[in-house]
Design a protein around this ligand. Sequence first.
Ligand code: NAD
Length: 255
Amino acid sequence: MDRVKDKVIIITGAALGIGRATSILLAKEGAKVAVTDILVDEGKALVEEIQKNGGEAEFWHLDVTNENQIERVFADVYQKWGKIDVLVNNAGISGVNKPTHKIKQEEWNLVMSINVNGVFLCTKHAVNLMLNHGGGSIVNLSAAYGLVGSPSLPAYHASKGAVRLMSKTDALTYAHHNIRVNSVHPGFIMTPMIEEHLGGKENVEHGKKFLDRLQPLGHIGEPDDIAYGILYLASDESKFITGAELVIDGGYTAG
Ligand SMILES: NC(=O)c1ccc[n+]([C@@H]2O[C@H](COP(=O)([O-])OP(=O)(O)OC[C@H]3O[C@@H](n4cnc5c(N)ncnc54)[C@H](O)[C@@H]3O)[C@@H](O)[C@H]2O)c1
């Protein structure tokens, strides 16, 4: 308990999947959690659940592609709780699964606008506020697919590769301000994103068995497997870690 006690933490894309599990865990460990997402009903329901269990959280509607909204929401969180200690850049989409020569420019740009520009814009506005309070921790969700290629999802791979190096550059740029920046690299984790990738709920069971066989540990991961990694990077337990890649992938990229 209390591994992130009284830290003010903003999580983007927090309503479902990894963001949801992370919000619950960080609140359980004493954080004040700004649950932000484009999904209002799911986000509000999550906040109610956290509060019912004695945690502190509030919901803000936030589209990570909208800079004005980001600036306004982050200022609101700052005003409510007096600081921003941690930003978890979690919002992301996998985008269309087509080979490069069949992807339309707008399909490519959509992935980049959320997965890359969203991380840029949220980092920009969080850093401005963290500088007022002697530092902070930024945790960026890249992916195992940001470390290695596969014959699928070209825009997704490109976007997650970008997030990996944005994290290292920002780690070096802000180290002397005590702002740590690290990337997390999940392998396959059972969330709505993967359900969609497998072709919807009715195909999940069959698809999961196929994906399980691809993992050295014999099964795909759960959202909590990633949430525990994010908790560590958000907490002061990781105070000497910046510019690092935390790979949580059941061994997928070890070979
Ligand atoms: N699930 C996996 O296997 C896996 C693997 C590697 C990396 N990741 C990364 O982890 C992060 C979370 O993935 P997930 O599986 O929980 O995804 P998910 O699709 O289950 O949830 C993503 C959340 O992001 C929100 N979102 C989408 N567009 C948004 C926008 N423009 N602004 C704000 N919020 C937005 C969605 O509403 C949703 O709540 C993503 O960055 C993803 O790329 C996931």
